[in-house]
Design a protein around this ligand. Structure first.
Ligand code: LLP
Length: 412
């Protein structure tokens, strides 16, 4: 069941016409489907129903409070990477004991806030960070639950910018140093090593790298046991990919089955941190063609959404499917779909076959629910887009469009 579908040639988000939404709220416009978010969360979470597990949605993918509330109501925990994301998760009503905190650069104030909130555990990425956590927890008279992020040196076969588990990456600790880190943690008064963690990359389209990483972690766990360190949590991170174009990523149920086979019967609670697989195809970006122009080599569609609204094509060369909001049946031509920003890298698509749309008409950019709005900026002093959450025939403004006044509000 798809929730972004054409009805009589007009794109609908659940039961609401996208044309009507664009007319009322303007463009560029992010539209999320609540039913899709729920379906994706359930599909992922139920893939592990035979295992003691916790699905911690990765807040960075789409951190709008309405989305966090919706997922928390489905029983999701959260994976956070900053004090800001902690603030959002708590504000959305997520139970702190379902929050895990990852990231290489946690500051003292962030560690303090997370300890005071009572989060489940810190995924620690260096010995220096371990020392900080021990000392901040000491000041508060507390004991911090920690797990180390282990870098298993596995190639996730994805874009280099979103590969995180190879030895040249800044993330986590290599296996050898991890053993020393656990030893060090075991000697400390204000930390308790309770888990093991890894996250090898994002937009993975095959299961093998996950299994390879899991094998390395399970082997590492047996070494820990020999040292007398018994952990309770195994956090396998996020990273499961989605279809932007012709990719054929494993369905969460397949992913669940493959991992469950290896995890069944182990005395470990397994944690997952999916982001994209839940949010990516639950959102679209609607944009309007401001001008069309052609030169001897190119046809351009100049649209009102730029790299400040959706940076993935510019940053990673990512493909996002683009279509018409209202089907015209016109002939296709190759277009560069470009934004209004003063950078040649400001494009949503290059050499894309699209119907010959006219200025004033609207396009939809698919798979924009993850790493879309959360990576948006105000570059060129462009107010960030409005975000809507559609639930059946109900439209909820999840975030108002920014105004020019908002953009200068903190400038003194
Ligand atoms: N856990 C950790 C520790 C992470 O660093 C990430 C993503 C996730 C979980 C969620 O990964 P996912 O399930 O969404 O693949 N901006 C890039 C993606 C960066 C991902 C960063 N970390 C993009 O637009 O493709």
């Amino acid at each position: 069941m798809h929730h972004f579908e054409y009805r009589d040639g007009v794109l609908f988000a659940e039961d609401v016409s996208v044309t009507a939404l664009a007319e009322e709220y303007g463009t560029p416009l992010y539209i999320y489907s609540a039913a899709t978010f729920r379906r994706h969360f359930k599909a992922f979470d139920s893939a592990f129903k035979g295992l003691d597990h916790l699905t911690c949605y990765s807040v960075k993918a789409n951190s709008n409070l309405s989305i966090l509330k919706l997922l928390a109501a489905e029983g999701a925990g959260m994976d956070i990477v900053s004090g800001g994301e902690l603030f959002r998760a708590l504000k959305a009503g997520v139970s702190p004991e379902k929050i895990v905190y990852s990231g290489v650069g946690k500051r003292d104030s962030e560690i303090r806030d997370a300890l005071k909130a009572g989060i489940l555990m810190f995924n620690v990425e260096s010995v220096a960070e371990l020392e900080r956590i021990n000392s901040v927890a000491g000041e508060l008279g507390m004991k911090a639950n920690v797990s180390f992020r282990i870098n298993p040196d596995v190639d996730p076969q994805t874009h280099p910018y979103i590969s995180t588990g190879m030895k040249e990456n800044k993330f986590g600790l290599d296996i050898e140093n991890s053993l020393k880190a656990y030893q060090r943690a075991a000697e400390m008064d204000h930390v308790e090593p309770v888990g093991m963690d890894c996250h090898i990359g994002s937009q993975l389209t095959s299961i093998e790298p996950f299994l390879e990483a899991l094998d390395k972690l399970l082997h590492f766990n047996s070494q820990l046991k020999k040292m007398g360190i018994i952990i309770q949590y195994l956090d396998l991170g996020g990273g499961l990919g989605i279809a932007y174009d012709a990719e054929e990523p494993p369905h969460p149920s397949e992913f669940g089955q493959a991992l469950s086979e290896k995890l069944q019967g182990l005395p470990l609670k397994v944690i997952f941190e999916p982001g994209r697989v839940i949010a990516g195809n639950a959102g679209i970006l609607v944009t309007k063609v401001v001008y069309t122009k052609s030169n001897p080599t190119k046809n351009f569609l100049i649209v009102d959404a730029g790299m400040n609204d959706l940076i993935r094509p510019s940053l990673y060369g990512s493909y996002h499917r683009i279509g018409e909001v209202e089907l015209s049946g016109r002939q296709h031509k190759p277009f560069d779909v470009v934004g209004p920003i003063c950078e040649s890298g400001d494009f949503l698509a290059r050499d894309r076959e699209l119907p010959a749309v006219d200025q004033g008409e609207r396009l939809v950019v698919y798979s924009a629910g993850a790493y879309g709005f959360t990576m948006a900026s105000n570059y060129n002093t462009r107010p960030r887009a409005c975000e809507l959450l559609v639930d059946g025939d109900t439209v909820h403004v999840a975030r108002k469009r920014e105004t020019y006044e908002d953009l200068v509000a903190n400038e003194l």
